[in-house]
Design a protein around this ligand. Structure first.
Ligand code: KG4
Ligand code: ZN
Length: 335
């Protein structure tokens, strides 16, 4: 099955074609992401109305470009998958409307995909994919969750953030320190020049039992340190490093706890923060020590993209799941 995937939940327009007959990472025949970063930068965050309008402008040309790159025409497409939620309602409706219309015109099935299930399944596109059961750490700008994956499609929420998501904490901390939007990757890059241990921040909620997270207090601690500091480039990098180490340690401690609680030996990591180099290094070292396994998608498939939606949609379509012709989106949606 060749499935066209469309992602428009936030500020990236993502389109991809996944071919299940090929499978693995080669099954990804083509994928393209158009980022709206420049559009939103001057506002310091995503402006929903501008996001929707830009998806309208970019989506169909990106579909055309992706099909061309795959050497396919619309007639080759056997199904269309789109992000149905969670996300910005106007942005979601652009993808849903285009996907449903294309599917209707081509007389193929369409399916709405949960954005976080897309993230969760992305590591399974890579070579030598892990088999369920495993623990998934989902860390994006909107979510921080630990999920027990008993089977594909069978998910148990083990813990989640009580306030800010990990990516949101990266973004807000970066903004506080005057870094340009989007702050997460910028803060991570700055941390590379920092010295570990100069600033030591708490590892929130790790001293009591449980698998939930809280990152808003950490953000305040960093703000206080930043305000009291000399704000030189060196100090800035040291604070960024202290913050990053605190987030990475916290995530790693809870992942180890989730593996202990479930008895599973495999961890998969997905979502934008999964692109963070230090998090990847730390979780790899922990897995080696435990004798377990950790799997990540390549960094380009950690952040929002159409490939994960094409892949998740393909698995569901192949299982015979698809909806009616209604254009339906769910801005807030538990997986
Ligand atoms: O999954 P994603 O692309 O979009 C959402 O669904 O939210 O995740 C975006 C989040 C942002 O908060 C961004 O700052 C963060 O992922 N992020 C990173 C890195 N790359 C992206 N955070 C830390 N280090 C990175 N290298
Ligand atoms: Zn995402």
């Amino acid at each position: 099955m060749k499935v066209l995937g469309i992602e428009t939940s936030c500020d990236e327009t993502g389109v991809a074609v996944y071919d299940t007959a090929i499978g693995g990472v080669d099954g990804l025949r083509a994928h393209a992401v158009y980022s709206q970063i420049a559009l939103h930068a001057e506002y310091g965050g995503v402006v929903p109305e501008l996001a929707s309008r830009d998806h309208v402008r970019k989506l169909l040309p990106l579909v055309r470009q992706t099909l061309d790159e795959a050497g396919l025409s619309t007639d080759d497409i056997d199904g269309v998958a789109y992000t149905a939620g969670p996300g910005l309602v106007g942005a979601l409706l652009v993808g849903a409307g285009v996907a449903r219309a294309l599917a209707w015109g081509l007389d193929v099935p369409a399916i709405g995909v949960h954005h976080m299930e897309g993230h969760l399944l992305a590591p399974l596109m890579e070579d030598d994919p892990p088999a369920a059961p495993f623990v998934a750490l989902l860390v994006s700008g909107g979510h921080t969750q630990l999920v027990a994956v008993d089977a594909i499609g069978s998910y148990r929420l083990l813990g989640e953030t009580l306030d800010d998501a990990a990516g949101e904490a990266f973004d807000k901390t970066a903004k506080m320190m005057g870094l340009p939007y989007p702050g997460g990757p910028q803060l991570a890059a700055l941390a590379e020049h920092g010295t570990p241990g100069v600033f030591k921040f708490p590892r929130p909620m790790t001293t009591r039992p449980g698998l939930d997270f809280s990152f808003s207090g950490l953000k305040t601690q960093v703000l206080l340190a930043w305000q009291a500091s000399d704000k030189t480039d060196t100090t800035k990098a040291d604070i960024a490093r202290g913050f990053e180490d605190a987030v990475v340690d916290t995530l790693a401690i809870k992942c180890a706890r989730a593996l202990d609680a479930t008895g599973f030996d495999t961890l998969i990591v997905a979502g934008g923060v999964g692109a963070n180099t230090r998090l990847r290094e730390k979780l790899r070292a922990d897995a080696q020590r435990r004798g377990g396994r950790v799997c990540f998608p390549r960094p380009a498939l950690c952040t929002d993209n159409g490939a994960m939606i094409a892949f998740a949609g393909a698995l569901r379509l192949e299982a015979g799941q698809y909806g009616d012709a209604a254009v339906h989106v769910v801005p807030r949606w538990d997986m």
